[in-house]
Design a protein around this ligand. Structure first.
Ligand SMILES: [Zn+2]
Length: 214
């Protein structure tokens, strides 16, 4: 098989891997070995969107072992749900909190989120797809934003509100609530502007503020 027969996407993966091996892996070989042998001990769980433009590893310049990351559509935490189902985000959450005993959970939203756009377009009402059902987590939050925000600002306000709703949903898990109340676990909202490369953190009241970049 010649290189010409390798599809572009596969070649990009191979090139990226070679670059990783010659760069980051070479520099951090000992760290990889140590983490692989003795296990991980990340302090922070990060819940982010699956969107290819807002990668927590890039934004926080994270090294292996530093961030326990879950990415899903629109960086959502569902409320605790006792019904049968494959609760991937809840399983990761449970493991991060009770197994890894992370010190903080950060929910990070981002600009131009397709999941949030789908939410505002009513995907959560019809629930005729996996995305629709998933995004219906935000139906109440959406109703509030639509009734209080002009059309221009709705995407941004909904992206913020999605983070706040996920923070509220986190508290519906007893393992989270107990630790937050005991002061051993912190929750925080964050937001990333793709266009400007700007990161924001939410304060206790849920208002987002730019984090100094220098
Ligand atoms: Zn998104």
């Amino acid at each position: 098989m010649t290189n010409a027969q390798i599809p572009g996407w596969k070649q990009e993966l191979i090139d990226g891997y070679k670059s990783f091996r010659a760069g980051q892996y070479k520099e951090e070989k000992d760290l990889f070995e140590r983490l692989g042998t003795h296990g991980q001990n990340p302090k922070v769980m990060l819940i982010a969107c699956a969107d290819s433009r807002a990668d927590p590893g890039d934004i926080f310049d994270a090294h292996p072992g530093e961030l326990f990351v879950v990415r899903n559509v629109a960086n959502l935490v569902p409320p605790k749900d006792e019904t049968a189902g494959y609760h991937g985000t809840s399983a990761a959450l449970e493991f991060a909190v009770t197994g890894l005993e992370v010190e903080a959970i950060v929910v990070m939203g981002h600009e131009s989120c397709g999941g949030i756009k789908a939410c505002l377009a009513g995907a959560g009402d019809t629930q005729d797809s996996y995305v629709g059902k998933w995004i219906s987590i935000l139906n109440d939050a959406r109703d509030k934003i639509v009734s209080t925000t002009s059309e221009d600002g709705r995407n941004l306000q909904m992206e913020y509100e999605g983070v706040r709703q996920s923070l509220r949903n986190l508290m519906s898990f007893p393992c989270v609530r107990e630790r937050v109340e005991a002061g051993t676990l912190s929750l925080m909202g964050a937001y990333f502007s793709i266009i400007r490369g700007v990161l924001m953190f939410a304060d206790e009241a849920g208002t987002f503020h730019e984090v100094p970049a220098e």
